[in-house]
Design a protein around this ligand. Structure first.
Ligand SMILES: Nc1ncnc2c1ncn2[C@@H]1O[C@H](COP(=O)(O)OP(=O)(O)OP(=O)(O)O)[C@@H](O)[C@H]1O
Ligand SMILES: [Mg+2]
Length: 270
């Protein structure tokens, strides 16, 4: 098995990288909320994630803070999208909604063409566990467990045997250059190593969608370059779709698309 294949297991059908991902602008979307079978995309070329008309506001004292006002974003398999916007613009809010961690006040999140707003909490949790991986700015690894155990655990929660989970965890950590760090606890790893373990953990269950919230935000430029290199390599090798919030324009420049948030809407840059 080659390395890229190892990454896509047990989701061998994740699909090849879209060759035209870099040049693909999202097709125009109808202003009407799309129904389940009437999404504005061809069946054989649908985005894996489609945010349609997302609104989110927060009540703050007597006022209302409108953060997302009809945000729309479609991401296809194998495509990486940089989300670059000023602090407070709503990047984390958008990622939390895309990752089914929060409900929007209006609009719909489609995962593989399926609307998620009417699902039960347990259906949403299952979908999140199987289809979505998260990488946070601060890794959130479990401090009392080793690197490999941190990558084993989410797989066992999903039902894999310890042996299967350990095999995949060590393959992933090898792939990310951490072969000699498997038994280190987070406190015995550098910041960049911790982030790479967090990436391995996020993709351990072979999700279709990876959501990264400033994954290299607290790392020095060289380390962040290395971590990001690992991340893009994984995305391309496995046909994942990634949205990565970042303030780093060098990193954003290397992704397939760049979008920003302007007045609560997602806008393509360039
Ligand atoms: N639970 C909440 N209650 C009230 N306001 C909130 C809440 N969560 C977020 N906000 C506000 O919503 C806005 C968007 O927050 P968000 O965390 O999405 O920004 P961001 O673009 O990720 O910023 P950063 O780059 O600093 O991480 C901010 O102004 C924030 O204060
Ligand atoms: Mg944020």
């Amino acid at each position: 098995m080659n390395e890229a294949a190892a990454i896509t297991e047990p989701r061998a059908g994740a699909g090849p990288l879209r060759k035209d991902a870099a040049s693909t602008a999202p097709p125009p979307v109808s202003p009407e909320p799309a129904g389940g079978d009437e999404l504005p995309f061809p069946q054989d070329d649908a985005p894996v994630l489609f945010l349609n008309g997302i609104e989110r506001h927060y009540r703050q004292g007597a006022g209302v803070l409108e953060i997302l006002k009809g945000a729309e974003l479609a991401v296809w398999p194998g495509q990486s999208v940089a989300l670059v916007a000023p602090s407070g613009a709503g990047k984390s809010t958008l990622l939390h909604i895309a990752g089914l961690l929060e409900y929007p006040d209006a609009g719909e999140v489609y995962i593989e063409r399926v609307a998620t707003s009417t699902m039960s909490d347990s259906q949403r949790t299952r979908l999140r566990r199987t289809e979505i991986g998260f990488v946070y700015q601060f890794h959130h690894l479990l401090p009392e467990f080793s690197a490999i155990e941190n990558v084993i655990l989410p797989q066992m929660i999903r039902g894999l045997s310890r042996k299967e989970a350990a095999n995949r965890a060590s393959e992933l950590l090898n792939y990310l250059g951490l072969k000699d760090r498997l038994t280190h606890r987070p406190s015995q790893l550098s910041g960049g190593e911790q982030q790479r373990v967090a990436i391995a953990r996020a993709v351990a269950n072979a999700p279709r969608i990876l959501l990264a919230d400033e994954p290299t935000g607290n790392l020095d430029p060289r380390t962040s370059e290395r971590v990001f290199g690992a991340l893009t390599q994984l995305v391309r090798a496995s046909g994942l779709a990634m949205i990565c919030a970042t303030h780093n324009m060098d990193i954003a420049a290397r992704m397939d698309r760049r979008v920003t948030l302007r007045d609560g809407a997602v806008v393509e840059m360039e």
